[in-house]
Design a protein around this ligand. Structure first.
Ligand SMILES: [Fe+2]
Ligand SMILES: [Fe+2]
Length: 155
């Protein structure tokens, strides 16, 4: 086997890079909705989720949605996704303004979980399909490199 084939094994495209992070978020929202009252566990998971959502949305907007906004095919979807990032931010603010042992807290957390899961599924099933057509293979790889570099710095 020629040597260069082996070198391709570690190369990731932007979809694989984003998907990895989505799995972390799915796990965290699931855990969060199973926590109770004003506990250390709830605080810890909420802080982790907040951080993961923020670093992902920042890097994703910069290294995925900005290039997609420049293409007619994907501009609408990109705008829609960025608007959903803002919706999630607003819910996080509401959660921060609510006492953790208030009955409303879990209701808001479940709402956040619902929006996050919907958002990730929509990205993976609809946005990735269109982005697959709009971006070149070279772009898919170089965006993953830029995205991963930013995530490594902020995590
Ligand atoms: Fe997103
Ligand atoms: Fe995402």
């Amino acid at each position: 086997m020629p040597l260069f084939l082996n070198l391709n094994l570690n190369i990731m495209n932007i979809f694989e890079a984003l998907r990895q992070e989505h799995e972390i978020q799915r796990e965290l929202v699931d855990k969060l909705t199973k926590t109770h009252g004003d506990t250390e566990e709830r605080k810890k998971i909420f802080e982790q989720l907040k951080h993961e959502l923020k670093i992902h949305a920042d890097a994703e907007e910069r290294h995925f949605y900005v290039p997609l906004m420049k293409k007619d095919l994907t501009q609408g979807k990109a705008r829609h996704s960025v608007a959903e990032h803002h919706e999630m931010d607003e819910l996080i603010e509401k959660l921060e303004d609510t006492e953790m042992d208030a009955s409303n807290w879990l209701k808001l957390a479940k709402e956040l979980a619902h929006i996050v899961i919907h958002h990730l599924d929509e990205e993976e099933h609809e946005v990735f399909q269109m982005a697959g057509k709009a971006l070149t293979d070279k772009q898919k790889i170089s965006l993953a490199e830029d995205y991963n570099k930013e995530i490594r710095k902020t995590r």
